[in-house]
Ligand binder design. Structure first.
Ligand SMILES: [Zn+2]
Length: 265
């Protein structure tokens, strides 16, 4: 295999929470005086969107859109330690698969849903897409918004589960980032030439499709119950040729738009 880096597409934009946003810590342990369902926060205590959450969600939406969610195309990822409980995701050995080409493949052996073992090592290439953690833009949470918040940057919502027989309510707290909050996001798509075949703009276009799919879906938890609608705004796409890393050549802006729906690309 012969792989050369041709250049990098860099997408800089903001992610705006149109509704409240709940990206959980994945750790529901109850701290004393803490919230029982907290959002993930950085070292300064500010909520952020982990690149892994964004990438994972966009990958799953692309898998559905590209027709990859089929028994024979799903692998079971290993459980935490014992390998018993895993989740089904798509990974394949097809070198032309745009989902695996953009979001990457894991090395090593995989178990298919039907129990068969597969090894995709021959198809493993450098992952084209890099998704940075998206930091909260502090000033997007205005003083006016802060008046209505329960905590410094977030609100706490109560959700009720009602027992169908006793009618007893079982309230549960859930922390979320308020609607209107904005995050600084960055995506990098590596343009490769693999065995003489240049990616061209195939994968940057696929990334934009994934962003469009996400706008009509949701990010984080409780998305079917009102959370997680996001929009991509103030978008700029740069192209940095491989040569730009060896010279003073500045990256070119190749597309920009105030909102994703206006992006001509
Ligand atoms: Zn694939």
């Amino acid at each position: 295999m012969d792989v050369i880096l041709k250049g990098k597409y860099i997408v800089k934009c903001k992610i705006k929470a149109v509704t409240g946003l709940h990206i959980g810590e994945g750790n529901n342990s109850l701290e004393i005086g803490g919230i029982d369902n907290a959002v993930v926060k950085d070292a300064e205590g500010k909520p952020y969107i982990p690149g892994s959450s964004l990438k994972g969600k966009m990958r799953s939406l692309m898998e559905f859109a590209e027709g990859k969610v089929k028994d024979e195309l799903l692998v079971v990822t290993k459980g935490e330690r014992d390998g018993t409980s895993g989740i089904h995701i798509h990974i394949c050995g097809d070198e032309d698969c745009v989902v695996c080409g953009l979001f990457g493949r894991n090395h090593g052996k995989h178990k298919l849903k039907n129990g068969e073992e597969r090894d995709f090592t021959d198809a493993v290439l450098p992952t084209r897409l890099i998704v940075r953690d998206a930091k909260l833009i502090k000033k997007s949470i205005t003083d006016k918004m802060k008046e209505n918040l329960d905590l410094e940057w977030t609100e706490v919502k109560f959700e009720n589960n009602i027992d169908r027989i006793t009618s007893k309510a079982n309230p549960r707290q859930s922390e979320r980032v308020p609607a209107g909050a904005e995050f600084e996001a960055e995506f990098v798509v590596n343009r490769l030439k693999v065995d003489g075949e240049d990616d061209g703009d195939l994968y940057i276009k696929k990334l934009i499709q994934a962003m469009r799919l996400l706008e009509d879906d949701y990010l984080g938890g409780q998305g079917t119950r009102g959370n997680g609608k996001v929009q991509f705004v103030d978008i700029k796409i740069f192209y940095k040729d491989r040569d730009a890393y060896f010279t003073q050549k500045q990256p070119q802006v190749i597309a920009e738009a105030a909102a994703l729906k206006n992006l001509q690309f």
